[in-house]
Design a binder for this molecule. Sequence first.
Ligand code: SAM
Length: 225
Amino acid sequence: MRDDMTGTDRFTREREEMVEFQVRARGVRDERVLAAMRKVPRHLFVPKGFERAAYEDRPLPIGEGQTISQPYIVAVMTEQLELQPEDRVLEVGTGSGYQAALLAELAGSVISIERLASLADQAHKNLARAGVTGVQVVVGDGTEGYSPEAPYDAIIVTAASPGIPQPLIDQLAEGGRLIAPVGPRECQDLIKLVKRKGRVESIPLGGVCFVPLIGQFGWRGEDSS
Ligand code: SAM
């Protein structure tokens, strides 16, 4: 969409403002993360009719009762993964595919697991439309991880569970980082785990509110509490 006043692409301008005022101004300073957020066209990852809200400071609905997360929270979680260009990354909770697209900008390979086939299908389309390569979307229960490609240098869980699923800890490489929202159904603590010499160090990063992680090692059903 063109901006009549300046000729600048409206979405490009909104994306730059999002990075400056919602992300950098709140303390995210990793230049690789900021560059990736400037590059990935978030408006291609929201449902039709929501494009104009794509760069607002909030999560948005993506169908099936799920959400694309607030840009600032995406930025914090991505920065805390401390990604290197050759890293192998696992994402649990593909949703729209936006987070996976950012991970693909920053790491070597990305496996992203989504429980709901309809969202995985849409994410696949969104990633293709945005020209993102290097993401493998898998339909399944991400609380079990994805053992065929393990271990992972980084694991990001973008839905909340009462504890960190043990298979994910097992599939984290030595020196690996894992970020997950952990706690009650409504709002949780963002937790970072770092695996060193086979042991995990746990670092709390602050409060967040995520949709539930539903599966064998998460919440056990839609209506469990
Ligand atoms: N990262 C996403 C993005 O960039 O749009 C947002 C993820 S949304 C907040 C959480 C997602 O986790 C939902 O799409 C939900 O269906 C998914 N989910 C919940 N439980 C899951 C599980 N056990 N395995 C995989 N995905 C799961």
